[in-house]
Design a protein. Structure first.
Length: 234
């Protein structure tokens, strides 16, 4: 039985799910995140598929109950049953995109995008196109525009290993002052390497909007006394 869904309607919903998810997945893959285009498309199409199956089950149950009134009290169809399993089950996939290293959590946005893509697929699969289109627009705004419009200062850590303590610390201090970099905290560590000492400072800093952390790391790395400069908190 195919219920009320024609092959045209099925293809339309699948195509719409794949297209919307493809745009969202492209943003994630372009930013080198764990889940990219294919993952998002598969999640959205899979959710749409399950939603359509649930619709078919419900329609079939209603047809049987209508044609056989004696069975009306026995046959039941819950439209939310399979959908609820999608919403809870997608959490396992999202958890796989979250990575915790050195007290730094990565992948939360990607996990959230997978979860919302699943919801998008369910909306498309159920035929709620207006909900799906508005949701897609909102998701794209959040992923691509929101961060540029709303500037939220974030604290990050830069680990700097160097030799010749006095001259190098003066260079670092002067650089931070010149670039208007605000130092919130700093941790110190000293290690011996052969006959010399290697100093490691971990600076918790806040950058002005016009400056990127990549630029700071590159600028500091150019100094001859630097052993290593890296961003350890993202």
């Amino acid at each position: 039985m195919t219920g009320d869904l024609s092959i045209y309607e099925i293809c339309l919903r699948m195509l719409l799910a794949g297209t919307f998810a493809g745009f969202i997945g492209f943003d994630r893959e372009f930013k080198n995140r764990p889940a990219g285009i294919r993952t998002h498309i598969l999640v959205c199409i899979g959710a749409a598929l399950i939603a359509m199956i649930q619709k078919e089950i419900t329609n079939t149950a209603l047809e049987i109950a209508r044609d056989n009134p004696d069975f009306s009290g026995v046959i039941r169809a819950d439209e939310a049953r399979l959908i609820a399993q999608v919403v809870s089950g997608i959490g396992f996939l999202g958890a796989g995109t979250i990575v915790v290293t050195k007290q730094v959590v990565r992948g939360l946005t990607t996990a959230a995008s997978l979860w919302t893509v699943a919801g998008l697929g369910l909306a498309i699969g159920m035929g709620n196109y207006r909900i799906a289109i508005v949701s897609f627009v909102m998701i794209m705004i959040v992923l691509t525009v929101l961060k540029r419009v709303i500037n939220i200062p974030t604290l990050k850590k830069i680990e700097i290993s160097f030799v010749h303590k006095t001259t190098t610390k003066e260079f670092i201090t002067d650089y931070f002052e010149e670039k208007d970099i605000e130092v919130k905290d700093v941790d110190f560590e000293v290690k011996k390497r052969g006959e010399s000492r290697v100093y490691t400072n971990v600076y918790t800093v806040e950058l002005p909007r016009s400056l990127s952390y990549q630029t700071v790391v590159e600028d500091l790395s150019m100094h001859e006394n630097m052993v290593r400069v890296q961003l350890i908190s993202v």
